[in-house]
Design a binder for this molecule. Sequence first.
Ligand SMILES: CN(C)C(=N)NCCC[C@H](N)C(=O)O
Length: 275
Amino acid sequence: MPNRFPERVARPRRYLMCPPTYFTVEYAINPWMDPEQPTDTGLAVRQWERLRALYEQLGHTVELIDPVPGLPDMVYTANGATVLGGQVLVATFRHRERAAESDAHQAWFQAGGYREVRRAAYVNEGEGDHLLVGRRLLAGSGFRTEPAAHAEVRELFGVQVLSLTLVDPRFYHLDTAMAVLDDDQIMYYPEAFTPDSQALLRSLYPDAVLADREDAEVFGLNAVSDGRRVLLPEAAKSLAGRLSDAGFEPIPVDLSELFKGGGGPKCCTLELRPV
Ligand SMILES: CN(C)C(=N)NCCC[C@H](N)C(=O)O
């Protein structure tokens, strides 16, 4: 019987992660955070270690940035920068609670010999709102990254940038409502976007994997794909089924503790594209 899909090919990746040594929820800057709810930093570290080990078992390279005391959200490295072709646009955070993470990321990239390291002039929360699909960058705004930041990304990286607008505060970053599966395929939750953005996505990605509300609410879209294997929160059961139906290999992960800060696997993973 002929294969319904092109062969899904995994490509080895390079990721930046930060151990959740100082993780806790001591302020609320998104609807998932509740400082009254207790957190277990030891459990967060163990769950994070499993994610890191999984990446390495799958053949990916993990680089680490040192956690900084007093920056409990630094574990969510996806927000620290956007990296493409050895050029780095370091995030400028919306909330003062995370502002000092920019300096830590800037110093890390400068020490790493990247070709160009630039601090974003506009509010821009890195890969939380920038998802690269092949040579096209999908850029979110609505809650964190400013629309003006999209032009800055276009100018620095020289890629096509398409702006998408988010409408539901629970899905405050693009990577809570969408994930890149390979160079021309995505999965997303349509209701998180304005009608115009939904229409754009339908026309560009008619075969996209669509998530329902239940999957989106457990951060099923906060997923990391290497082109074949897709790491996603274990609670996103029906989305995992849809990924299998589309020829991908879902790998469930448990990051329940980091969910309390409003993040999942993708938030903890910044893709480094040094060349
Ligand atoms: C899209 N997501 C979820 C991320 N990329 N990052 C998570 C950031 C969580 C942090 N407490 C905040 O609210 O900024």
